[in-house]
Design a protein around this ligand. Structure first.
Ligand code: SAH
Length: 354
């Protein structure tokens, strides 16, 4: 039994079942026992692998996309260059290396990483070497300035609430106790104003999820971009008006029971891009596009061919496999989607459609 499981059991016994959001928040970010607070979960030795850990091309191409958007807006200086949930810092390192030759970009950039985990902040510091960087706890702390931002697999880590549709209301999935064991249950159905708009596109028995923290975060980002200029690129797995049970746990690269070992498995849910796009107003949101298509529009095939020329044998094989993994529709290419947020009256960043 984990220490966190024990804490959660006592909390449920004292105050009743927890929403999935409360459960996820403790499992991921509890300061002493939370998943991200206690480890480096990435890579072959960890629990899961993300696009920047698969290939340097991911951070390079998205970095150049942001830099081009910055040039197209007249190279505002200074500006905030932000990543949400930077993990090991690999994406930001690749982005900074790829944009070194963009005149004025580094001098004008104030790099601010939004990261909740002290452990991961330490790893990001090491990855980024002596590049000047500051950290923020939340997007509320970002300054009133032009904002160029990237978030890969950040929104999927935010806590969700999950509801099952009934005739005229919604039953919420909760974590309760069966004797000593954590177990999933449902509240009695009741109307919920936040889901009124889903009554028309769902039928009884269907499941929908909402991510209460996502809209305020996107609202802050959209507000800064509309007022001061900038662009935000959001990449994650999910869809548009998603439905169904997407709450999942990964441990050692395999799906596992999300209740089995709280604090020891990564918990995520698919991202619904529709409310994210809506929350960006008064900034504009691009159309949602598949990751594979976006990377191809940004030139990944040419970049991959260039890099392949300088590699041989196993290194070349693994480089080609990484290219496929990022772009192939059977791999990450279509499961992962991208959305850009940009100022009203301007075209979207390169690769995105209005
Ligand atoms: N972007 C990275 C890591 C994704 S994992 C990559 O692509 O490899 C999710 C990251 O978000 C981790 O760094 C985690 O610590 C951070 N995180 C999760 N919830 C957060 C929150 N509420 N506030 C700030 N950071 C958070």
């Amino acid at each position: 039994m984990t220490a966190l499981a024990d804490l959660l059991r006592r909390r449920i016994a004292a105050t009743g079942p927890l929403t999935l959001a409360d459960y996820m928040a403790d499992c991921l970010l509890h300061p002493d026992h939370g998943y991200y607070a206690t480890r480096d979960p990435f890579g072959a030795a960890g629990d899961f692998t993300t696009a920047p850990e698969i290939s340097q091309m991911f951070g390079e191409l998205l970095g150049l996309c942001l830099a081009q958007a910055w040039l197209d807006q007249g190279a505002p200086a200074p500006f905030t260059l932000t990543e949400l949930g930077p993990g090991r810092g690999t994406l930001m390192a690749d982005l900074l290396r790829a944009t070194r030759a963009v005149p004025g970009f580094h001098t004008a950039a104030r790099v601010t990483l939004v990261e909740a985990s002290a452990t991961l902040r330490g790893i990001q510091r090491r990855t980024l070497g002596d590049h000047p960087v500051t950290w923020a706890d939340t997007v509320e702390a970002l300054p009133d300035a032009p904002l160029f931002l990237i978030a890969n697999e950040f929104f999927d880590a935010l806590p969700i609430r999950q509801f099952t549709r009934h005739m005229n209301g919604w039953a919420e999935t909760v974590v309760g106790l069966d004797g000593d064991r954590l177990t999933l249950g449902r509240t009695p159905p009741a109307p919920l104003a936040a889901l009124d708009h889903r009554l028309s596109d769902t039928a009884p028995g269907e499941i929908v999820e909402i991510c209460p923290a996502a809209a305020p975060i996107m609202g802050r980002i959209g507000g800064l971009i509309a007022r001061h200029g900038g662009a935000a690129l959001v990449i994650d797995y999910g869809g548009w008006h998603s439905r169904g049970d997407t709450f999942q746990a990964l441990q050692d690269h395999r799906p596992t029971d999300p209740l089995a070992a709280p604090g020891h498995a990564d918990l995520t849910a698919h991202v619904d891009f529709e409310p994210l796009a809506r929350a960006a107003a008064p900034a504009r949101a691009s159309r949602m596009i598949e990751q594979g298509a976006l990377l191809q529009r940004l030139g990944i095939d040419q970049r991959a061919a260039r890099l392949a020329q300088s590699l041989t044998g196993a290194a070349q094989e693994s480089h080609l496999a990484a290219h496929r993994r990022l772009t192939d529709r059977a791999e990450m290419g279509s499961l992962f989607k991208a959305l850009a947020v940009y100022p009203p009256h301007l075209p979207p960043p390169p690769g995105f459609d209005a």
